[in-house]
Design a protein around this ligand. Structure first.
Ligand SMILES: [Zn+2]
Length: 61
């Protein structure tokens, strides 16, 4: 399974919607599709779990 690590911080953990608009600020996540809100770090962590080794192999930001 391939996961694009670039989307980990803007992918909704609830519905899977990916949009840069989901990431209002560095800290806040608000899904424009389902309205899910969370701390961006938590969203990133959830998505990194999915991304797994792909994320680990990505170059540092
Ligand atoms: Zn959503």
């Amino acid at each position: 399974m391939a996961v694009d690590p670039r989307n980990t911080s803007r992918r909704c953990p609830e519905c899977g919607h990916i949009a840069k608009e989901n990431r209002l600020t560095q800290e806040k996540f608000h899904c424009v599709s389902c309205g899910h809100q969370a701390h961006a770090d938590k969203v990133g962590a959830l998505n990194v779990l999915r991304a797994g080794l792909v994320r680990r192999n990505a170059p540092p930001a």
